[in-house]
Ligand binder design. Structure first.
Ligand code: ADP
Ligand code: MG
Length: 509
């Protein structure tokens, strides 16, 4: 346990006008970090001990608030960045990557197809039996495999050999309904690979870099489909990848299969991303794509968005301390990997500069990422009079013992502020995409039903976050237009979507 470092306006060794424990007009928060880094210590004053928790809280809340004018600026900036990304080849803030998916599954697909989803600590294998327009998805079987930590830090061959071996085990267990017809036909795979990839065709793409805890040597700069194919050949596994997509693209494909009004897909999980259906003819950057449908799916990589966001000093410090400073700012403000960490940073600053947790700073509170985003939801749900659930999370995750009831209420308020901001900004991002589609269609898109397919652990498991998304969308669009916008969870959409994309891009048609 460290002692809380008290700061007094009167006993600071710095003159008042250069003190760093002030409410910063730009960031609007207490810059406790500054004095710590400068080794400025100040004895605790008995006259004025520290800023009150309540004034810290209200200042913090005003800095990360998302009233309608702020949401509007974010939605407009998103629309503008989507436009510049799609019309500029280089230098735009949003990558806007063409997916090479030029025809979405029609419903006529038949046969047996596989999907492989690699994008986090688990990978999922799935097979589906498709029976055309009337019968649709007749049967599915799947398996989830945890990737051992050492393979996330190993070599390309080790990782892909592991995936191929588990895929082979899954193929061996094919049920009676899943027998591939005899003949010279390979089992086809839709490969959902949710890491940054520069795609060169529907069935190939070069890994730009690993993210999300993966650091596998020798893969960056290589075609990940070739890596998988080579591993399958080593195992004599006779399968082939017919479609390589990221998780937003497989989600839109899976959701569109059931509902033709789906135009946008958004993932809110560890990270965040969105894609939408775009007209090829309207965009010079896309003319090289040979699409029969004149449509394609654009992977926005919207996690890279950064304009007009109501950021606090805590967001900025977290970014500076991250492995990718200056990058993925929208992702760092709204997605599951970061919300808990922002709250921890706020609480640490409050503990250092106010009476929040008494006189000492627990070590765990100073440990990055010790508070997880699911902890926020657990605390927000606590209905007990004494907030006993909040207390146990504070104890287990942050090493804070015996907090007062008032302090526990303050903690919940901080969680609410960060979750509310995240959900409302995600909603503003969705409105940015809707505005673009509506403008391009000269107002037609928002006159009728349009569906946004959603997925990802944060969206699925945090009900308040979902409500904040919907609130922001209806505030921005107004009650009448927002009635046409359906935001709904696409259950299992990603896995089935990838299998459907393998079917619609089959090598045997
Ligand atoms: P991935 O994005 O890695 O594919 P998921 O879509 O399953 O994985 O999302 C996992 C993320 O969802 C976790 O990082 C976590 O932040 C968030 N999450 C999971 N459960 C909850 C919860 N109960 N409340 C809030 N966030 C959650
Ligand atoms: Mg995922």
């Amino acid at each position: 346990m460290k002692r809380r470092q008290d700061i007094s306006y009167f006993h600071s060794p710095l003159p008042l006008n250069t003190m760093h424990f002030v409410i910063s007009p730009s960031a609007g928060c207490f810059k406790a970090v500054s004095w710590r880094n400068r080794n400025i210590t100040a004895p605790r004053s008995t006259e004025i001990s520290s800023v009150s928790t309540s004034s810290f809280l209200s200042d913090f809340q005003s800095k990360c608030a998302t009233p309608l004018p702020v949401l509007k600026q974010v939605a407009d900036a998103m629309e503008s960045d989507l436009r510049s990304g799609i019309s500029t080849v280089a230098g735009a803030s949003l990558p806007m990557l063409p997916s090479y998916v030029d025809s979405l599954p029609s419903g006529n697909e038949t046969g047996i197809f596989y999907a492989l989803d690699l994008g986090g600590t688990n990978f999922r294998v799935l097979r589906v039996l498709l029976r055309g327009k009337e019968k649709r998805v007749v049967d599915t079987e799947y398996d989830v495999v945890t990737i051992p930590q050492e393979l996330m830090l190993g070599t390309t061959e080790e990782l892909f050999d592991f995936i191929a071996s588990r895929l082979a085990l899954f193929v061996e267990k094919e049920g009676d309904r899943f027998q591939i017809p005899k003949g010279n036909i390979k089992r086809e795979i839709g490969f959902t690979f949710s890491f940054p990839v520069r795609q060169t065709s529907i069935d190939s793409g070069i890994l730009i870099k690993w993210t999300k805890g993966f650091k596998v040597s020798g893969t960056a700069g290589r075609d990940v489909v070739a890596c998988l194919n080579e591993a399958m050949e080593r195992r004599k596994l006779d399968m082939c990848v017919s479609a390589l997509v990221n998780d937003t693209v497989s989600t839109i494909a899976g959701a569109h299969y059931w509902d033709n009004d789906v135009m946008i897909a958004v993932i809110l999980g560890t990270g965040t991303n969105a894609c939408y259906i775009e007209d090829i003819s309207a965009n010079p950057k896309l003319r090289h794509l040979n699409s029969t449908s004149e449509k394609t799916i654009i992977n926005t990589e919207w996690g890279a968005f950064s304009s007009n966001l109501p950021l606090t000093v805590f967001d900025k410090d977290m970014d500076i301390a991250s492995i990718n400073p200056g990058e993925q700012i929208f992702e760092k403000t709204i997605s599951g990997m970061y919300l808990g960490e922002i709250v921890r940073r706020v609480l640490l600053c409050m503990a250092e500069t106010t009476e929040l947790f008494g006189d000492s700073i627990p070590e765990k509170l100073t440990t990055p990422f010790s508070l997880k985003t699911p902890d926020l939801w657990t605390m927000q749900q606590d209905n007990s009079d004494e907030l006993t659930v909040v207390e146990s999370i504070l104890e287990e995750s942050l090493g804070v013992y015996n907090p007062s009831l008032h302090s526990k209420k303050v903690v919940v308020e901080v969680c609410n502020s960060i979750v509310t901001r995240g959900g409302r900004l995600a909603g503003a991002g969705i409105v940015g995409i809707l505005q673009k589609l509506n403008e391009d269609s000269k107002g037609a898109v928002l006159k009728k039903r349009i569906v946004v397919a959603m997925d990802g652990g944060l969206y699925v498991k945090h009900p308040h976050y979902r409500i904040h998304i919907e609130d922001a969308v209806s505030e921005l669009l107004g009650p009448e237009i927002s009635n046409n916008v359906v935001i709904e969870h696409s259950k299992d959409g990603s896995g089935i979507g990838a299998a459907l994309l393998a079917a619609s891009n089959s090598k045997y048609n």
